[in-house]
Design a protein around this ligand. Structure first.
Ligand code: ATP
Ligand code: MG
Length: 568
């Protein structure tokens, strides 16, 4: 392609809200442009990169025997009501009405549509397993769309859905998808980890996420330095926390504790380790039809993991409860404990406190704490895993040390079990002629997010550095001065010759100064540039490697073969 035909509006100005290199460079280099909050256009080169990624994803998916389909973005709300998700999905689900006042949603994910599609059409175990996937637009009304296309509201996902006669078959496909995703991200040249994950609003049992390691990532990942264990912090487990510090043995008693409304104060007051105190985190849980204050109790030296807390109470969202709301139900902030709470108050206790003795906790009375308390007699259903695992914790499998790293989620695979098929009445006849709901798996890759991830993973202070798998063009032939007929002819000749043989080349034939052409090359980040400039008089041209910025001079009669060799 010739640069004069290319729509690639490069600019020096980064968007004001751009914090990440990928956001800045993708806009500055003319890959994407924003037209609304969380809404982006893909300009020609952005589309090329997107297609390159799409092709790799499709190639690996097709190899597994999955079939590509295409479902619509606009979905009748009725399908979402059948699965029960219409009311529980939260505000990310954009709901709309048509002229007849029928309810619709914009698809944030397509379990319902695909179940409806196969329902009554796959009737026998003989037609199973079946895997259908698509690479299309999703819409999620994200609370905080940010970082450009990394977290857009409209984005492109590869989403696949598999149907099975039994759990073993579902597990087998899950393993195949893990292997397939590993191949996809390896082909893209990314440094990633596969981690245990929380299943979120998609639901089901086991799920794994694929995380690209990046300092700018939004996700925290816990990895064991000694074994294979790796998990998103939202789903991390640890060996039960212990301490060498002496147990504060005491008989049950109530103490006046003036000015002790933090764990630090309480531990200091009683001269004990925070380990032996009980912390109360008070939240407001938002449900579809109500709001309620919920208390989470954990060790004084632990922190609450919000996703775990949200899963415990099943809320759509957890927010901080304000003073007034706390007071209204008779709680006293700073002095709240699990004993003697009003029966109407909902609370959960961290698993690690189960059966623990000699604890100090709030007495639910202003400036009073209880000591010598035992966590006995609470209903089993009160206990949940609530703690945020940190790098000071130990691995529950091998006792090894933990490390916390940042990652960007690029893929997520789920074992759904019979959840959707049961809710929506999607069944088949098994070998014994019995009616059974399908077992399902679902599998997502953030195809458009990957465009940004490629830049997060590979850039420098001048711009993007694309690899050969994803770059819009492998080589940028820069004619230094198009008015120089020798330069113009040489550039055009080598461009034509390479192009005819199928090489991916761009000819920078613009009437611009050399400086701005080379700056665009560096900003856009093609792997190589060929500079056809003043050296041509002496029979030399220069090849630039974008990654190293190294320039090498070649004689005009050797350069074409050299390029063919490098790009082969
Ligand atoms: P996140 O935790 O980042 O919000 P998610 O868990 O909601 O993602 P999934 O439902 O698992 O996402 O979707 C599958 C994949 O789609 C994710 O792994 C991610 O790569 C991509 N994705 C999800 N939300 C967005 C978004 N708002 N913008 C771009 N890509 C997204
Ligand atoms: Mg996810």
């Amino acid at each position: 392609m010739k640069f004069t035909n290319l729509f690639a509006p490069t600019t020096k100005e980064a968007p004001k809200d751009a914090l990440l290199p990928s956001h800045k460079y993708l806009v500055r280099a003319g890959f994407v442009s924003q037209y609304g909050s969380g809404l982006y256009n893909y300009l020609p080169m952005g589309k090329m990169v997107l297609d390159n990624i799409r092709d790799i994803v499709k190639d690996e998916m097709d190899k597994t025997g999955a079939c590509e389909i295409k479902m619509g973005v606009v979905i009748p709300a009725d399908l979402w009501k059948q699965s029960g998700r219409y009311s529980v999905f939260g505000k990310e689900l954009l709901r709309l009405n048509d002229r007849k006042n029928n309810n619709f949603v914009l698809g944030p994910t397509h379990e319902e549509v695909v179940v409806d599609m196969v329902r009554g059409k796959i009737n026998s175990y003989k037609q199973l397993p079946m895997h259908l996937y698509q690479i299309t637009t999703k819409f999620r009304d994200e609370a905080r769309p940010r970082y450009g296309i990394l977290r857009g509201r409209e984005f492109i996902m590869k989403d696949g859905y598999s149907f099975h006669a039994n759990e073993e078959s579902m597990q087998k496909e899950f393993d195949l998808m893990e292997a397939t995703y590993r191949k996809i991200f390896t082909r893209l040249g990314l440094d990633f980890r596969v981690v245990s994950a929380d299943s979120g609003a998609i639901g089901g049992s086991g799920s794994k996420e694929f995380m690209v390691l990046a300092n700018n990532g939004e996700d925290d990942i816990i990895t064991c330095k000694n074994c294979e264990y790796a998990a998103n912090i939202e789903a991390s487990i640890r060996a039960k926390k212990t301490t060498q510090i002496e147990i504060p043995k005491a008989n049950m008693a109530k103490f006046h504790t003036p000015n002790c409304n933090t764990i630090t104060d309480v531990a200091k007051f009683f001269k004990v380790d925070e380990f032996y105190t009980v912390k109360a985190v008070i939240k407001k849980a938002i449900y579809v039809d109500k709001e309620e204050v919920v208390i989470f109790f954990l060790r004084g030296n632990d922190n609450l993991q919000e996703t775990k807390a949200q899963n415990a109470c099943g809320a759509l969202e957890l927010i901080n409860a304000n003073e007034e709301e706390i007071k209204k139900i008779g709680l006293i902030a700073g002095y709240c404990g699990p004993f003697g709470l009003n029966e109407s108050i909902n609370f959960f206790i961290d698993n690690e406190l189960k059966d623990e003795k000699n604890l100090i906790c709030g007495a639910n009375e202003y400036e009073y704490h209880n000591i010598g308390m035992s966590m006995l007699n609470f209903n089993e259903s009160r206990y949940r895993d609530l703690v945020e695992v940190s790098d000071s914790d130990r691995c529950s499998y091998c006792g090894g040390e933990f490390e916390v790293t940042k990652g960007i989620e690029v893929g997520h695979i789920f074992q759904l079990g019979q959840k959707y098929a049961k809710e929506m009445g999607a069944t088949f006849l098994d070998e014994n002629g019995k009616t059974k709901p399908f077992y399902m798996g679902c599998y997502g890759v953030g195809v458009s997010r990957l465009v940004a991830v490629m830049v997060e993973a590979s850039h420098d202070e001048k711009g993007c550095i694309w690899n050969r798998q994803t770059t819009p063009f492998d080589l940028d032939i820069i004619i230094s001065n198009i008015k120089n007929s020798d330069e113009f002819e040489f550039g055009n000749r080598i461009y034509q010759s390479l192009k005819e043989d199928g090489y991916s080349v761009l000819l920078d034939d613009r009437k611009e100064r050399f400086g701005s052409k080379i700056r665009d090359f560096e900003l856009i980040g093609f792997p190589y540039a060929l500079i056809v400039g003043k050296g041509l008089k002496e029979g030399n041209v220069e090849l630039v490697n974008r990654k190293t910025l190294e320039k090498t001079s070649f004689s005009v009669d050797k350069i074409e073969n050299k390029i063919r060799e490098i790009l082969a």
